[in-house]
Design a protein around this ligand. Sequence first.
Ligand code: ADP
Ligand code: MG
Length: 248
Amino acid sequence: MQQDIPSASIVSLRDVQKSFGSLKVLDGVSFTVERGEVLAIIGRSGSGKSTALRCIDRFERVDHGEIIVCGHRVDSPDVNLRALRQDVGIVFQSYNLFPHLTIEQNITLAPCSVKRMALSQAKDLARKVLAQVGLEEKLHAYPEQLSGGQQQRAAIARSLAMQPKVMLFDEVTSALDPELTVEVQKVIERLAADGMTMVMVTHEMGFAKSIADRIVFMHRGKVHETGPASILTSPTTPELAQFVGTAD
Ligand code: ADP
Ligand code: MG
């Protein structure tokens, strides 16, 4: 019998296992993300954080276990990828904007091609999402004319234009200087305040502490410790204590 997933869960992973060759990268990972919740995934490099995130959007297929995202049965071979990817926005460390297109064209591309939105409507949407990330004035600029932080905010705006139900962020500030990091974090904070459901992999502990409703600490492919942001200051496992630097 399959366990019923609470209907409020936007993302649910249950006993997810994933290997690359003989390397077991996810070893029975389970967690859920409820509507409006911000989940931060932390852990050492190589602990499986990105792989877990990529499984949610089906960039990786799982070997075992169950993943349900916005009602889509992601672990099923029959999952409707197009529908799944309309519900899930993902932003990576590298901005992945198309260099030969303006910011407006970068943003209108998917709504026009995937959602068959009229161009005029997509342009209105582009203005709206650029305002959300504070970049209205860059509508007609090309990516190379923007700073790294602005490019990352434009990439977030591009994802928002698809009106996703959940946003995934994978170390989106790790390539940025500290002051640019802060401007991207502010955008993410605003999204959280507006009620966006988010799963973010981050190595910025201060940011995780301030924004996350829940923390998942991954260690060797497992969820080693999970709880509210307070676990970052009062970890219960020696591994998390060592990771956040509070170990004796
Ligand atoms: P993290 O994001 O926590 O640093 P990853 O999920 O990227 O960890 O990677 C976990 C482990 O899986 C690493 O040892 C990495 O080298 C390996 N790995 C990730 N993706 C692949 C892949 N496509 N093929 C082979 N090994 C991979
Ligand atoms: Mg990673």
